[in-house]
Design a protein around this ligand. Structure first.
Ligand code: NAP
Length: 280
């Protein structure tokens, strides 16, 4: 039976570490969160981030707009937050309602306040291994591996998914730690042939039941980033948990794996931003 990589417990530990460090800062780190529209999932995420800030001793300010807000209003707000020294991190909750240009908003955020690590400047720095921020979800996975003393060095790592926020940076971080990385995506033929070779398998697709036990190598580390709903409306990942856990060496649960770690890494990035802004 696989060892469970408990993201919930580790996230609590990471946030406690962040809180302890922030307590010695001259000024509390500050996060600004922009929320547009009334998507219930986005509301839940934003509330969670505000709670995390309170837990870590950070200030947080929410800027909530109706879905018909103009680009001009949003860009003017970002410009003001970019110049506000009390704000260390600026986060625009995605997705934005139709008609708003997500890319333009993300590009307008000062890279030194881009705590989601979505700005191309920070993505480029991450690619060359010289980044202040790392994208929260892949960084959370790396921290879970580290905590369990699992080194990607020399391992065959297979990442399923190639989105800019999860799959692509996940592979880069594994590569930087000397993993031999293979990316899979919707055009990959014979997915199972590749996943069976993985010592470390990370799946970030969004498809219930995608990964079954026959696709997993005995003793492999299986990381499930996905957040799906099953037929009963229950939160689940891409991995058929019960059968894969019989075969894997380590496995992340959904919920309680990558989700809480993603939130914790946002706090790590906000602390790093405050340090960058001389608040230590
Ligand atoms: P995304 O942008 O939709 O990307 C999904 C990826 O999966 C794409 O690269 C796609 O390939 C690939 N794919 C689709 N069907 C496939 C198949 N049958 N076989 C192999 N690959 C396939 O999604 P995302 O934003 O990266 O998120 C992925 C999942 O992680 C979602 O469930 C999301 O909810 C979850 N998520 C979780 C967290 C967290 O905190 N735990 C954070 C972010 C996202 P193509 O590129 O060819 O289309």
């Amino acid at each position: 039976m696989a060892t469970i990589l408990d993201g919930k417990a580790l996230a609590a530990k990471v946030k406690a570490e962040v809180r302890e460090q922030a307590a010695s800062f001259r000024q509390a780190p500050g996060l600004a969160v922009i929320l547009v529209g009334d998507d219930p999932a986005s509301r839940i995420y934003v509330n969670g981030k505000k709670r995390d800030c309170a837990e870590c001793g950070f200030t947080s300010t929410e800027y909530h707009f109706d879905a018909d807000v103009t680009m001009e209003t949003l860009l003017a707000l970002v410009d003001r937050l970019n110049r506000d020294p009390s704000v260390d991190g600026i986060l625009c909750q995605l997705p934005l309602p139709a008609g708003l240009d997500e890319e333009k908003i993300l590009l307008s955020i000062d890279p030194a306040k881009d705590v989601d690590c979505f700005h191309p400047y920070n993505v480029g720095r991450m690619l060359i291994g010289d980044s202040v921020f790392q994208p929260c979800t892949p960084a959370g996975v790396m921290r879970m591996l580290e905590e369990a003393n699992i080194s990607p060095d020399g391992k065959r790592c297979v990442v399923i998914g190639r989105s800019n926020i999860v799959g692509k940076p996940m592979g880069i971080l594994l590569l930087q730690q000397n993993g031999t990385v293979t990316y899979c995506h919707s055009h990959t033929p014979n997915l199972a042939e590749l996943t069976r070779q993985a010592n470390i398998l990370v799946t970030a697709v969004g498809k219930v039941g995608l990964i079954t036990a026959d696709m997993v190598k005995e003793g492999a580390v299986v990381v499930d980033v996905a957040m799906n709903r099953d037929e009963a409306g229950k939160l689940c990942g891409d991995v058929e948990f019960a059968s894969v856990a019989e075969k894997a060496g380590y496995i992340t649960p959904v919920p309680g794996g990558c989700g809480p770690m993603t939130r914790a890494m946002l706090m790590v990035n906000t602390l790093a931003a405050a340090r960058l802004h001389g608040k230590e």
